[in-house]
Write a protein that binds this ligand. Structure first.
Ligand code: HEM
Length: 190
């Protein structure tokens, strides 16, 4: 499975996952919270796959890891679709239960996520040929490199700042930190 077919299948899986999370929660507010968490987690898996695709292919060369590198664009677009659902669930949540949403949050705590969404928009648009040509290859590389590192930091911070709620958040948080160190080490190697 490749290209837009892969994008379609991944997006259907993400949507089903979000709907299941929504359906199993005990009440309306928790349904929206479950859906927000579910879409954050599917986004994380898709993002990590793209972030580490080249490293995997170098460390464990195989047909699968080469396919991950080849299909990075479509997996990346599925990440954008998953984040779109995170935003949809968030908007409904903010309208349905504003008091619950703002517990422990200030407008300032929404700044990293908003920058994240701006980057998702820019990376999605420039993943198509015409906008990519307008931006030029050097700026395209800078933009996409900045984008993936911003997402990596947001994921690491989102998980690690929830460790006090549940120690299990340490697992995805540390996975993200180790993945970042791996990418940095590769850059350092040259
Ligand atoms: C302004 C934009 C954003 C807002 C307001 C926002 C809001 C939220 C909220 C309220 C939750 C907690 C849901 C709950 O546990 O009840 C959440 C979870 C999360 N969000 Fe977002 N988010 C935004 C953007 C992003 C972006 C851009 C990313 C990733 C690139 C992201 C990744 C996460 C992660 C990893 C979690 C934790 C999920 C879990 O509990 O496992 N968020 N977000």
């Amino acid at each position: 499975m490749t290209g837009w077919n892969l994008f379609g299948v991944l997006t259907v899986i993400v949507t089903l996952f979000a709907l299941t999370a929504f359906a199993i929660a005990p009440n309306e507010v928790e349904s929206l919270q479950y859906a927000i968490r579910a879409t954050a987690r599917t986004s994380f898996i898709l993002f990590l796959t793209v972030f580490l695709a080249t490293s995997f292919a170098r460390l464990v060369p195989s047909a699968l890891t080469r396919a991950l590198v080849r299909e990075r664009r479509y997996i990346g677009l599925s990440f954008a679709a998953s984040q779109f659902l995170h935003a949809v669930a968030l908007i409904i949540y903010i309208r349905t239960a504003p008091d619950s949403f703002w517990v422990g949050r200030t407008p300032a705590t929404n700044i990293p996520g908003s920058i994240g969404y701006l980057m998702i928009l820019l990376l999605t648009v420039t993943s198509f040929a015409m906008p990519a040509r307008l931006v030029g290859p050097a700026n395209w590389r800078r933009l996409h490199l900045a984008g993936v590192w911003i997402f990596a930091v947001i994921f690491a911070a989102s998980f690690l700042t929830r460790v006090h709620q549940h120690a299990g958040y340490l697992v995805p948080g540390m996975i993200m930190v180790v993945a970042m160190l791996l990418r940095m080490a590769e850059r350092f190697e040259g």
